[in-house]
Design a protein around this ligand. Structure first.
Ligand code: MOS
Length: 753
């Protein structure tokens, strides 16, 4: 793909524009929170290092900081004894309401240990090394009590949460699936397990906090400015307006940066205590216990079909881990409510309390885990029915949302499957597993469907233009690596008829108009719509002034006919360069705001983005080693603002799926409740060498039900179902069906023997 940064003014939406922040990123000019150096005059930062609990459950029995305090450079040690009193954490609730994002999250609040590596002390010193050395000298002992760590244990006590994540109902029932299962000619009943998974953004959670009187400024790494502002204010019991959050550049989030964590809260408190800026970053190891995870799940799928391969029952039962002290219920079975037609259907979610830190939202929460189970089960069922996996899905394609009966805003799932089959060479697939061989390798192809809800949240943006035609776009939206700066610049340039270089986008600052931030793949739709509307409002203001102003060359024309193109304003056959016009009629320029909100059609239509993944793997006959050889995703996700950034999002998501399928598992030690492989050497995410040949393509789609731009969310769609496609390919290659992820060679080898 080529860059069109220099294209004619006004034609930018839909072009593969290079990232406008690309140069800053690769030259080191885009500062992350920990690198931020622009401190208040005369101040130098102190460094905080967090000491984590060495037991998962119990109490601090003895604590002696004397040796640590004696280390040169140590300024202060915060423990539950010296900590400012903070508001209580509050009762645990499933996140149905935004409060979960903004509730007080007290730290070092008492002697009770709720999870392994929970912060028990903060050492602040003039250097990071001194703080780290001193933290190791804190003498701390615990009274340990037994914890419970195995959510899938036979004796685990399951309970039904009141709601599940994103406010979905916990269970649903349509018809009598048990009767359908009992009477159907073909059924399957299989259970799939996904381990704990970790977000592993490249940039760890980090914060620089500084105070000016009673005003706090946090440079922090966050997806959602507003959540951090409110969450930190609630924890410190100070007015929200007194907290400014700045986060212009972020090295990935994936859901782990939606709520404040210990780095932000402890940095804020330490900086206030010391009257000096304080920096805290999690170590990579600390991120495993302190920055969220995808909870381990066990999912049982039961399917029944008639002789024609039409589903007569679909039952999806989920058991998942939740922290004992704060509930999080990933909505894994929700995909099974909308993906396929079935005469009867039941979905349930049950939780098991474990003594770990809380689960958090992780890229495609619900869909990434749920589709693993559903799409593997569909593959297994197709084989049992002697149907091609795509043909089986075609036969169960619904014409309305199976759960709600709502019409689809647009649904091109089958088109994705057909196009993917054509491009990938689906006909090369042998219907009989283990029969395609190249030397010592068995070759297999698998596919799976993708689906993700299309969301939009309330957002605001401000757009200003000066007399030289320079435009500033402002919103507190973040760019977590997704391309927000670029797409917002494209939208503004297109709407205002200006070159891309005329647009400056300012993001990630709580002093800017509020947005819902980056999460739920709603970022582009929400902030993009706000910018689009702000630009329309700006054009109208300029047009009205141009018509009315004495000094305007366009005086007396009809404002409604104004066109903003080619850096000019045109009314019929009269035209004026935009900058010249503004210089004449309003030397201070113009400014307008715009907003986005959920419209009428938001809930009257079933709105999702769709796709289909295709994977080819080679499995070594002797060692069971699995190599992904090719992977293709075909997606329909509304209009594409920028095919380059969109494709990057999608292949990034697909690579997440490959990791989930083949390598990723955070291993919780059942004795100590500790993620044993808590670094990137042992928690293995795919690296370049693992990804041979990958592509993502789009099928054109326009959907006017979600937002005026006709776009749908992309960030999470790529890892919906991607893991299932790889698992299905492994089965097709070697005939071994692994349902306990990740699919590692030991499990494959055992099956092949
Ligand atoms: Mo996403 S898991 O809402 O960042």
């Amino acid at each position: 793909m080529t860059s069109n940064t220099g294209a004619a003014p006004g034609r930018f939406i839909g072009l593969p524009i290079d990232r406008v922040d690309g140069r800053l990123k690769v030259t080191g000019g885009a500062c992350y929170a920990f690198e931020h150096a622009n401190l208040a005059r005369g101040t130098t930062p102190a460094y905080g290092v967090i000491l984590g609990a060495g037991v998962p459950k119990g109490r601090i029995a003895a604590l002696d900081t004397a040796r640590a305090e004696a280390v040169p450079g140590v300024l202060k040690i915060l423990t539950h004894r010296s900590m400012t009193s903070l508001p209580a954490f509050g009762a645990p609730v499933t996140p149905t309401v935004p409060e979960v994002f903004t509730r007080a999250r007290p730290m070092l609040a008492g002697d009770e240990i709720l999870y392994y590596d929970q912060p028990v002390a903060l050492v602040i010193a003039t250097t990071w090394e001194a703080a780290r050395g001193a933290a190791a000298l804190i003498d701390i002992r615990y009274t340990q009590v037994p914890g419970f760590f195995d959510p899938l244990a036979a004796n685990a006590e399951r309970y039904k949460p009141g709601r599940i994540n994103a406010g979905f109902p916990t269970d649903t029932l349509h018809g009598d699936p048990d009767a359908a299962l009992a009477s159907a000619p073909v059924t399957i009943d299989q259970t799939y397990r996904l381990p704990y998974e970790i977000h592993a953004p490249m940039e760890p959670h980090a914060t620089l906090a500084q105070w000016d009187g009673d005003r706090l400024t946090l440079h922090t790494s966050t997806q959602t400015i507003a959540n951090i502002q409110s969450g930190v204010a609630a924890t410190l019991a100070i007015p929200r307006e007194n907290v400014r959050v700045i986060s212009p550049y972020i090295g990935g989030g994936f859901g782990s940066k939606l709520i404040p964590h210990a780095d932000a809260i402890l940095a804020a408190i330490a900086a206030r205590d010391l009257q000096r800026p304080v920096k805290i970053a999690f170590t990579r190891q600390q991120m495993f216990a302190n920055a969220g995870h995808r909870p381990a799940t066990e999912q049982r799928i039961r399917l029944a079909a008639d002789g024609e391969g039409k589903l007569t029952a679909l039952v999806h039962d989920v058991i998942a881990a939740t922290a004992r002290f704060e509930e999080f219920a990933e909505q894994s079975a929700v995909v099974s409510r909308s993906f396929y037609g079935s005469a009867t259907r039941r979905t349930t979610h049950r939780l098991v309390r474990v003594d770990t830190n809380r689960g958090e939202w992780m890229r495609a929460p619900g869909e990434a885990s749920g589709l693993l189970a559903l799409e593997c089960a569909m593959d297994e069922m197709a084989e049992k029915l002697k149907l091609d996996p795509i043909e089986f899905r075609v036969r169960n394609e619904p014409d309305r949302d199976p759960e709600t009966g709502a019409p689809f805003s647009s649904r091109n799932l089958i088109a994705c499957m057909r196009e993917g089959a054509r491009r990938f060479g689906w006909t090369q697939r042998s219907a009989t597993p283990g029969t395609r061989r190249e030397g010592r390798k068995l070759i297999g192809i698998g596919m799976a469907g993708a689906m993700r809800p299309n969301y939009i949240g309330p957002a605001q943006a401000r757009v200003a233009i000066d007399k030289s035609g320079k435009v500033t776009v402002q919103t507190d939206m973040t760019d977590i690596g997704t391309g927000t700066y670029t797409i917002l610049a494209q939208i503004a340039a297109e709407r205002l008829g200006l070159p891309l270089q005329a647009i400056t986008v300012e993001l990630g600052d709580s002093s800017l108009p509020r947005s819902p931030g980056s999460g739920g793949s709603w970022g582009a739709a929400s902030s993009g719509t706000a910018v689009h509307n702000a630009c329309l409002a700006l054009c109208q203001k300029i047009a009205e002034a141009a018509v009315a102003h004495d000094a305007s060359p366009l005086r007396g024309t009809n404002a409604a006919q104004a066109k903003f193109e080619q850096a000019s304003v045109t009314f019929g056959d009269r035209s004026a360069p935009l900058a010249e016009l503004i210089a004449r009629i309003s030397p201070d320029g113009f400014e307008a705001t715009g907003s986005a909100a959920r419209g009428e059609t938001y809930r009257t239509f079933s709105q999702h983005a769709y796709g289909a993944h295709f994977a080819e793997v080679a499995v070594d006959i002797d060692t069971g080693e699995i190599r992904l050889r090719r992977m293709l995703g075909v997606f329909t996700t509304g209009k594409i603002l920028n095919p380059k950034t969109a494709r990057s999002q999608l292949i990034g998501g697909m690579i997440w799926g490959i990791g989930s399928a083949l390598t990723e598992a955070a291993m919780l030690d059942p004795r100590y409740g500790h993620f044993v492989n808590h670094d990137l050497a042992e928690y293995q995410v795919p690296v370049h060498a693992d990804i041979a040949d990958i592509d993502a393509v789009f099928i054109d789609e326009d959907d006017d039900k979600g937002n005026p731009l006709g776009i749908k969310g992309i960030g999470e769609l790529g890892n919906c179902g991607a893991n299932a496609a790889v698992v299905n390919a492994v089965y097709n290659a070697c005939g071994v069906r692994v349902r306990d992820l990740p699919v590692t060679l030991d499990k494959v080898l055992a099956g092949m023997a």
